[in-house]
Design a protein around this ligand. Structure first.
Ligand code: ADE
Ligand code: ZN
Length: 383
C-alpha cells in the first residue's frame, strides 16, 4: 500500500472542515456510545499548556527534545508530528507518535490534573451527545513516573461522578497494558488495580504492536476474564503480522478469544477472519480518522464497508483526537458516512452497534437504544 497516496495533513484538515460545514445535525444529535478513546490521547496542546503552567513541569515534544516556551511552540511541534503524504515511513511515524504521546503524560501530576483531564474529555463528549463511554487509560505510563494509583484513579472517579450528575454522560474505564512492556509488568499492574475494580469495566492492550502478539499476554487476560472483566486488544492497522494478531485476539487469547477488537481493519482482507469474528460475535471499534492518516483514501471506505456489509458489529470512535487533527467521535462518524456512503439508517445501525457491544448495564443500553430510535423518528417523520 502506498502511503504516498494518503491525504496530506492540509487535505485532511480541509476534508474535516468541509464535513463539518455540510449539514450534520442528524449525526450530531444521534445519541452516542464511545468505546475507543485514549484519555491520554485527548491531552490537547491547550490542556497540556494549562497543566504544565500550573505544575511548573517542563514542556517537551519528546524526552530529549528542547524545552518549549509557549503554547504556540507546542502547537507548532504537535503539527509537525502529523503524518503527511510525503512522509513515507510508517514505522518512523509510529515511533514519533508514541514518543510524543508518552511525553504528553508528563503534565499529569496531581489528582486535580487527572480530574481535569477526564472532565475535559467528558465535557466534550456531552457536547456531541455521547451518553455512555468506556475510556482507555495506560496506568504503566503513570506509575513509571512515580504517580500513585490513588491520585490517578480518584481523579478519574470524581470526574466520572460529576459528569454523570451534571452532564448526563455515564462512563467506565478500560485499563490498557502497554504491550511493549513485559507480561510481568502487566500482571503487577493488574493486581495493583483491583482496589479500583468498581470503576474498571474491562482490560485492553495498546502501544507499539511490532513483535508483541496478543498471545504473549494470555495469562493476565485469562485471569482478568475469570475475575469478571471484559476483554479487548488493539490490532493496529497494517502492523506486522496483522492477520495473525487478529486471529489470536478473535479466537485464541483467554481460552476462546476476546469480547472486542480495537481497530482490526485488516480483517476485511481475509474471509476466514471475517467468519471467525462473526461466529464469535466479536465487536470491533474503528477509528476512521486515524486510518486516513496512513491508508490510501480510496481503499479505506471499501474496507470499512466489507466489515459492515458482512454484518460485523462495528462502531465508530475517536482514538487520540489531540494528535489527529482535533477529530473526535462526531468527525469520525462524518468521515465514515462520507467514505462509505452510509445513509441515516446505516448511521443508526452503527450507533446501535456501539450500544450493543458496550459493557454497560442492560438498563443503560435500553435507554440509549430507545433514544436513538426517537431521534431517527424526529428526523424522518412518517409520511
Ligand atoms: N495508544 C494510544 N494510541 C494508540 C494507538 N493509536 N495505537 C496503539 N496504542 C495506542
Ligand atoms: Zn487506540
Amino acid at each position: 500500500m502506498g502511503i504516498e497516496e494518503a491525504l496530506s495533513a492540509e487535505l485532511r484538515e480541509k476534508l474535516r472542515d468541509d464535513l463539518l460545514a455540510a449539514d450534520h445535525k442528524f449525526i450530531l444529535e444521534l445519541p452516542k456510545v464511545e468505546l475507543h478513546v485514549h484519555i491520554e490521547g485527548t491531552i490537547t496542546a491547550e490542556l497540556r499548556w494549562k497543566l504544565t503552567q500550573r505544575n511548573g513541569t517542563p514542556l517537551r515534544i519528546a524526552k530529549n527534545g528542547p524545552e518549549l516556551q509557549s503554547l504556540e511552540e507546542l502547537q507548532a511541534a504537535m503539527d509537525l508530528l502529523r503524518p503527511d503524504s510525503s512522509r513515507v515511513n510508517n514505522d518512523e511515524e509510529r515511533f514519533q507518535f508514541f514518543e510524543a504521546y508518552y511525553e504528553g503524560f508528563e503534565c499529569l501530576k496531581t489528582k486535580e490534573d487527572y480530574f481535569d483531564l477526564a472532565m475535559h474529555y467528558l465535557g466534550h463528549a456531552a457536547t456531541v451527545n455521547v451518553r455512555y463511554c468506556e475510556i482507555f487509560f495506560d496506568p504503566q505510563g503513570h506509575t513509571s513516573r512515580g504517580i500513585p494509583w490513588n491520585i490517578m484513579m480518584e481523579g478519574f472517579r470524581e470526574a466520572q461522578k460529576k459528569a454523570e450528575k451534571e452532564l448526563k454522560v455515564k462512563s467506565a474505564w478500560i485499563m490498557c497494558f502497554l504491550r511493549d512492556m513485559s507480561p510481568e509488568s502487566a500482571m503487577e499492574h493488574y493486581k495493583a488495580a483491583l482496589p479500583y475494580r468498581n470503576i474498571i469495566v474491562g482490560i485492553g492492550l495498546d502501544s507499539n504492536e511490532t513483535d508483541r502478539p496478543p498471545a504473549l499476554f494470555d495469562e493476565v487476560f485469562s485471569l482478568a476474564r475469570n475475575d469478571g472483566f471484559k476483554l479487548t486488544m488493539h490490532c493496529d492497522v497494517d502492523s506486522k503480522n496483522a492477520h495473525e494478531h487478529i486471529r489470536q485476539a478473535a479466537s485464541v487469547v483467554a481460552g476462546k478469544g476476546l469480547d472486542r477488537i480495537d481497530h482490526g481493519l485488516n480483517a476485511a482482507e481475509d474471509r476466514r477472519l471475517i467468519e471467525l469474528i462473526l461466529k464469535r460475535d466479536v465487536g470491533m471499534t474503528l477509528c476512521p480518522w486515524s486510518y486516513l492518516r496512513h491508508t490510501t483514501y480510496a481503499e479505506l471506505g471499501p474496507k470499512i464497508r466489507v466489515l459492515y456489509d458482512a454484518g460485523i458489529k462495528i462502531s465508530i470512535n475517536s482514538d487520540d483526537p489531540a494528535y489527529m487533527e482535533d477529530c473526535w467521535i462526531l468527525q469520525n462518524m462524518l468521515l465514515a458516512k462520507h467514505l462509505c456512503g452510509f445513509d441515516d439508517k446505516d448511521l443508526v445501525v452503527l450507533a446501535r452497534n456501539a450500544v450493543n457491544i458496550s459493557w454497560a448495564s442492560s438498563a443503560v443500553k435500553e435507554n440509549i437504544l430507545k433514544e436513538i430510535d426517537l431521534v431517527y423518528d424526529r428526523f424522518h417523520p412518517a409520511q
